[in-house]
Ligand binder design. Structure first.
Ligand SMILES: Cc1cc2nc3c(=O)[nH]c(=O)nc-3n(C[C@H](O)[C@H](O)[C@H](O)COP(=O)(O)OP(=O)(O)OC[C@H]3O[C@@H](n4cnc5c(N)ncnc54)[C@H](O)[C@@H]3O)c2cc1C
Ligand code: SF4
Length: 473
């Protein structure tokens, strides 16, 4: 702990966002660079707690006080080693993680928490800039072969770990590019895709094989995989979206978020998508149903496409500005947050239940809703509160109900748990010998940081299954 009084003298500072008027005209990340000197001073706010609750808050168990101290002392390469000890992809989590570690930071009890996420992303960005991140090719190959189905953060983390253990890993991805939701869910303005490509290029150099347009269970047979590989990891994500089966749902102009967002991400990649095949918010009254992060991603995308108006509806009440009494530290603070997309415009409305859609010539034009209240956790409609608003484009962002049940899961005969996700035992193995599962596919809809953790744990267990013991962390 370089500066024992840092937390008393220095206020929390986070990087500035680029001006709204500038950023809504491009797709680049919204945050400005954060100078090293400022970062060092922020790192010096860390108290190097005897019991660092930030560890407990981070699903990866990141060794946060160590990096804070090393950054404060300017020992960047040692900080990088600590970062990689627990996380394969700090350049992803440092950009897009909601940072549960900060919610658990001890300083957060009576002050603003340490800017942990900013320290993380600065270390790794600097490391790439300085050329410190090099492919780590395993010295010895075991001859074992592992198929990873799905190239989101869970599949990628598992692939990286299994490759380090010396196994030959092939990642199968049904999309045309690798990355899962990192590629086609998360918009460019949250994470520019060259960050992902840079990592994938390292993984290729390390010996990992990637097969795109490979839809296992459709154009790649499950039997072939069972025959060719010694173990299989299912990391196909939670891709079945929650629907809103109300009258008018079949009108044109109503889409799931994951029908809308990937098209823009593809255009940002330079793909030539005809207007007839594209979903654009340009000049439209847009209604987003779902007040979470996916909804916010739709919001930021619709701003940049030039929507006429945007409203985001949420069924639940508006969260409080401060932690409620039943939501104490070190739990994740359920508080009202303003993401970069919210700062850019649009309205948010809470306790709204959509009843139906209406339109003309098969195209949606209006959304009909009613206000609700919650009494002892029971929702009831408020009499006389019905209203309607114009809606040319409706985006459903109400989460996901689990993995797709047909296809690969049915063909493998994999059992599901009571929540409809792939059931695994303590070693992440499914009921089918040699078939493991990780990430949203078994955990349910979650976060990138959890997917990385799940991928790492599954890799360790697969290594143990193949070799009888494991040295993977
Ligand atoms: C719009 C959106 C924004 C989000 N933003 C954030 C955020 O900012 N921060 C955060 O922490 N979390 C965010 N999340 C959640 C996070 O992205 C997920 O929790 C995480 O990506 C899950 O990782 P995964 O590897 O389990 O699955 P995914 O990332 O979903 O990847 C699964 C991959 O498997 C492929 N696949 C499925 N079936 C097959 C098959 N049969 N054959 C071949 N390939 C297959 C899919 O095409 C997909 O590419 C967001 C989610 C969404 C939807
Ligand atoms: S809980 Fe906060 S102050 Fe304590 S060690 Fe972790 S980052 Fe530092």
């Amino acid at each position: 702990m370089g500066n024992p009084t840092g937390f008393l003298e220095i206020a929390r500072v986070t990087p500035e966002r680029r001006p709204v008027t500038e950023r809504i005209h491009d797709w680049k990340e919204v945050y400005k660079d954060f100078p090293d000197e400022k970062l060092k001073s922020q790192a010096s706010r860390c108290m190097d707690c005897g019991v660092p609750f930030c560890h407990q808050g981070c699903p990866l168990g990141n060794i946060i006080p160590d990096w804070n101290d090393l950054v404060y002392r300017g020992r960047w390469q040692e900080a990088l080693a600590r970062l990689f000890a627990t996380n394969n992809f700090p350049e992803f989590t440092g950009r897009i993680c909601p940072a549960p570690c900060e919610g658990s930071c001890v300083l957060g009890i009576n002050a603003d928490p340490v800017t942990i996420k900013q320290v993380e992303v600065t270390i790794i960005d600097r490391a790439f800039k300085e050329g410190w991140v090099k492919p780590q090719v395993p010295a010895v190959r075991t001859g074992k072969r592992v198929a990873v189905i799905g190239s989101g953060p869970a599949g990628l983390a598992a692939a990286a770990q299994l490759n380090q253990a010396g196994h030959w890993v092939t990642v199968f991805e049904r999309a045309d590019r690798i990355g899962g939701l990192l590629r086609y869910g998360i918009p460019e303005f949250k994470m520019e895709k060259h960050v992902l490509d840079r990592r994938l290029s390292l993984m290729l150099d390390e010996g990992i094989r990637f097969r795109t347009n490979a839809n296992v269970g459709v154009n790649v047979s499950v039997d072939e995989l069972r025959h060719d590989f010694d173990a299989i990891l299912l990391a196909g994500g939670s891709t079945d979206p929650r629907d809103l089966p109300v009258p008018g749902r079949d009108l044109k102009g109503i889409y799931f978020a994951m029908q809308y967002l990937p098209l823009q991400n593809k255009r940002c990649e330079g793909d030539d998508i005809a207007d007839a095949d594209f979903i654009s918010a340009k000049g439209k009254h847009v209604v987003i149903i779902g007040g979470g992060d996916t909804g916010a991603d739709c919001l930021g995308t619709a701003h940049r496409q030039g929507a006429k108006s945007i409203v985001q509806f949420e069924l639940l009440p508006k969260p409080p500005a401060e932690r409620a009494v039943d939501n104490p530290w070190p739990n994740w603070p359920n508080i009202f947050r303003t993401s970069s997309a919210h700062e850019e415009g649009g309205a948010r409305d809470y306790c709204v239940l959509t009843k139906s859609f209406s339109g003309n010539n098969g195209q949606v034009e209006k959304l009909h809703a009613v206000r609700v209240e919650f009494v002892e956790r029971n929702m009831r409609e408020i009499p006389g509160s019905a209203f309607e608003i114009p809606a040319d484009l409706v985006l459903l962002a109400m989460g996901f109900v689990g993995p797709e049940k047909n296809g690969i899961l049915a063909q493998l005969g994999v059992s599901l748990n009571e929540r409809g996700n792939v059931a695994v035992n303590g070693t992440k193995m499914t009921n089918v010998e040699g078939v493991f599962a990780a990430g949203d596919m078994s955990r349910g809809q979650s976060l990138v940081v959890w997917a990385i953790r799940e991928g790492r744990v599954a890799a360790r267990e697969i290594d143990r299954y193949l070799m009888g013991s494991t040295d993977l962390p």
